[in-house]
Each structure stands twice: as C-alpha cells, then as structure tokens.
Design a protein around this ligand. Structure first.
Ligand code: C2O
Ligand code: CU
Length: 477
C-alpha cells in the first residue's frame, strides 16, 4: 500500500472514530507507518540551567529540538515552519535521503524564507543515531538542532535504559555563536599551537567569515553541569547511550569514571563491540556506547579538557542509593585506551566492490595561518572544484591535512568506508563524518548510489562558513 492511500485510511478511520467502527480495519503497526512532525524554527529565550536567559534559536521553543524517534523504513513527513527573521533549512545529518530533501540552501533547495514552510518527506533508513540541524549560516551554533533516532525494524539489544545525549558548545549571550564575543585567532599552518587566549581579533574583515568563538559552556541536552538531571541507574543495569556531537567547533574526549565504555556503533552503524576508557567524538559524529552498572556510586561522564572546571562538559551518573554523594570525575592519564577508527571494525561485513576506485580525489585541507579562510585544494566554497562522479562509481577521497587543526569531514547523501589496510574492506568502518587529524592523511571510499549534487565539507561550522566545502556532482556515466 503506498503511503498516500495509507494516510487516507488513517484519516478516514479518524473521521469515523466511534466505538462501532473500531476493529473494522485491523490496522497493524505497519499501517501507522507515517510519522508526521511539525518543527517551528523560532527565536526563543532559553537558559542552560544556570546563567542568564538569552536569545537563541530553537525548534518548538526548545534547544535541542524534540527527539525524533522513528522505525527503520518508516516514512517521515516533517513540516518546517520558519518563524525566524532569516531564511532557514533542515539537514538530516547522516541519513542518505533523496537529494531534494537534503536541506542545503542553494544546493538542494532554496532556503525557506521567513514566514514560510517546507515539507520534508523521506524514508528513515538505515537504523542508527542521527541528528537534524539547520544548514543555514551560523544557525547550528545558535541552537537549531535535535536528535533523530531510527530504531531497527527488529528489536535488538535488551537495554534497561537508553539515553540520547546531545552535546553542544555555547556562547551564553544573545545570538549564541554569533554574539559579539572574543574569538580565537586564526590557527593552523605552523603557528597555531603557540597562540594563547585573548589574541582573538574577533570577526575577520567586514563581510568575511566569523572566527570560532571562545565558548562559555558545554551542554548535555541543553543543560550545563551540574544543572541537568543526572542519569539514574540501578546496580546491574545495562545502559545504552546515544551520544551526538551537535557542537559547532568542539571535539570531546569522553570518559565515564568508574566504568569502561563499550563502543557499539559509530555514526549509527554497528561495530564489533569493544571496550575503551575514552571515546572521541568530533562535530557531526555520533557514538553509541554501552556500560554495565556494576560499580555503585555517583560518577561523572565527562569530557577531558573541554573547558575549565564547572564549565566543562559533564553528566552525573548516579546509582540508586548514592543520590547524596558528590559525583567523582574520571582521571585522565596517558595510559587510558582511546577508541580510534583503527581499533574498530564494522559489525556486519558490508560488501565493498573490489578493484581500484573509479575516481580518486585528493583533498588538501589547509588554512588558518594568518588567514580567516579554510580551503580544500586551495579553493574556497562556492568557488571550489566539483568532484564529478557517475552512478555506480567507487570513489576515493584522499584527505591530506596540512594544518594544525583537526577537520571532521562530512559527506552528505552517502556513507563512506574508512580505508584501513589492516582490515579486509568488508570490515572497514561505515561512517559519514571522519576526523582528519592535524598533518595526517586519511582515505575514505564511497559508492555513488544516490544521484544529485551533494555537499561535502568540514563539520567545524566556522571552517565550513570560511570556505572548507565543495560539491560531489553526479554526471552521466
Ligand atoms: Cu551536519 Cu552539512 O552537515
Ligand atoms: Cu575544519
């Protein structure tokens, strides 16, 4: 049954709503397969649990926006209403949606003007942890994001608790990331590391890109520690955390004091589960972890060095009976095991065509030194080159980071595989965002199976807006 008809049936059922008709139409779970949501983008006064109220941007009055939870294969129909004073769009980060639904202004759609609406419609698949966010200007750093969870069609797991934790960096002032606050000096090249705080020169030349701000707080689900609700557990609980880094510029190294974290999935795609002390999460990345509550007490899930003291990112994990204790934070030391891409492998072998890639694109990432601009192959979006692909191609992107900053590179519309010569290709990680560490190389491969023009960029918002982006374009074979 196509979904238009199914919708009609639901509607007529609703119209007939009355005891007599109930049961006439034995609607199974499948019949309720369309999930409809309205997201209203609007300036809203918010607070992060402490500190002043300030004006940010929010979906339905809240930041993060509502958690969208759907079943794999379900049709999602989202009506975006723009009540902002600026245009906006929504991008479904990580989900390979049809190109016109991808939400990149000027590439896949015209931005939705103030006062107008847009209906996004697509099927949610494959299962995994995703998020949605505005792709217009700096709105991602002003509060326009939310979690999008696609549950597997078949129940798996058996967790006693599952929590979605969305991490965000905040400038606590009207306008969020665009507020008039001190900004970091351009970093990178050979100069980067030595430059200290306070040397920011604010915005670049008028009309130029904004530099990254100094953040004042790091929130979990919109709350600064210790003002958010703790995660309450009982001894013996098996807990799943879906961590989403919706931050604009911050990479977190996270540990849970008193416990190890079992990595279950990266960017929503299952890996062979493995235990670590620390997981690293860059902007745009998601990691699903599990822990067994076998060490009663009050603990912190905390990011290393993500800020100073109380302004750092943390969440209390409190066992029943330990409610009155002061949470203990993790101790970071060099002996801890960090989950890197090279320590993990795809859980289900994924067929990856053998043979050399049909196209190889070298992507040199640079910028920062004495410059507010960030480039790929020396060029700035929208004047960057297009990466031409044809349907069915195996395409390799070879990143060379020639700067002193990490760049989490994100490709829209596709999953890519992280090339790892220590593993057979069918075990390569399936991701949509991957960190290219300073002065390092990283290769990814994808199959061109979703036609259109697709945005490809660094997920550091201030790098993206400063030019570090280009387009993957499908041409006739
Ligand atoms: Cu989170 Cu261009 O995307
Ligand atoms: Cu970058």
């Amino acid at each position: 049954m196509d979904y238009t008809r199914r919708r009609f049936l639901q509607t007529s059922l609703g119209a007939l709503a009355g005891a007599a008709t109930t049961g006439l139409w034995p609607l199974s779970g499948r019949a309720a397969a369309e999930h409809q949501v309205e997201l209203v983008a609007q300036e809203s006064m918010i607070n992060l649990g402490k500190g002043p109220e300030f004006k940010a941007m929010a979906y339905n009055g809240q930041t993060p926006g509502p958690v969208l939870r759907v079943r794999e294969g379900q049709s999602l129909s989202i009506s975006l209403k723009n009540r902002l004073l600026r245009p906006t769009t929504i991008h479904w980060h990580g989900l390979p949606v049809p190109n016109p639904m991808d939400g990149v202004p000027g590439v896949t759609m015209a931005a939705v003007p103030p006062g107008e609406s847009f209906a996004y419609q697509f099927r949610a698949r494959p299962a995994g942890t995703y998020f949605y966010h505005s792709h217009f200007g700096y709105q991602l750093d002003q509060g326009l994001y939310g979690a999008l969870i696609v549950e597997p069609d078949r129940a798996v797991g058996g967790w006693d608790r599952e929590e979605v934790l969305l991490l965000a960096d905040w400038v606590v002032a009207d306008g969020g990331g665009t507020a008039r606050v001190p900004r970091r000096p351009a970093m990178g090249g050979m100069m980067g590391r030595g430059m200290g705080r306070g040397m920011g020169r604010g915005a670049a030349a008028p009309g130029g890109p904004l530099a990254e701000p100094y953040y004042q707080g790091y929130a979990v689900n919109g709350r600064l520690y210790p003002h958010g609700p703790p995660l309450k557990v009982k001894k013996g609980d098996k807990v799943r955390l879906r961590l989403i880094n919706a931050s604009s510029s911050t990479i977190y190294d996270l540990s849970l004091a008193g416990h190890r974290l079992t990595v279950l999935a990266l960017d929503g795609q299952d890996v062979i589960p493995k235990d670590f002390d620390v997981v690293r999460l860059a902007m745009g990345e998601r990691v699903d972890v599990q822990f067994i509550a076998d060490n009663p007490g009050a603990w912190l899930l905390q990011a290393h060095d993500s800020g100073l003291g109380e302004s750092g990112l943390a969440l209390a994990v409190v066992y029943q009976g330990a409610e009155n204790r002061d949470p203990v934070g993790p101790r970071f030391h060099p002996g801890l095991s960090l989950a890197t891409y090279w320590d993990l492998a795809a859980a289900r072998p994924v067929a990856h065509p053998t043979g050399p890639p049909r196209r190889i694109y070298r992507q040199v990432l640079s910028g920062g030194m004495h410059s507010p601009y960030w480039s790929i192959n020396g060029r700035l979006y929208p004047n960057s080159e297009r990466l031409a692909v044809a349907q069915g191609d195996k395409v390799r992107l070879s990143y060379f980071n020639r700067s002193m900053m990490p760049h989490p590179m994100h490709l829209h519309g596709h999953f890519f595989r992280v090339v790892n010569f220590a593993l057979p290709p069918e075990r390569w990680l399936v991701k949509d965002t991957a960190i290219v560490e300073p002065m390092r190389r990283l290769d990814v491969e994808f199959i061109a199976d979703n036609p259109g023009d697709w945005f490809h960029h660094c997920h550091h918002l201030y790098h993206m807006e400063a030019g570090m982006a280009n387009l993957v374009t499908y041409t006739k074979a």
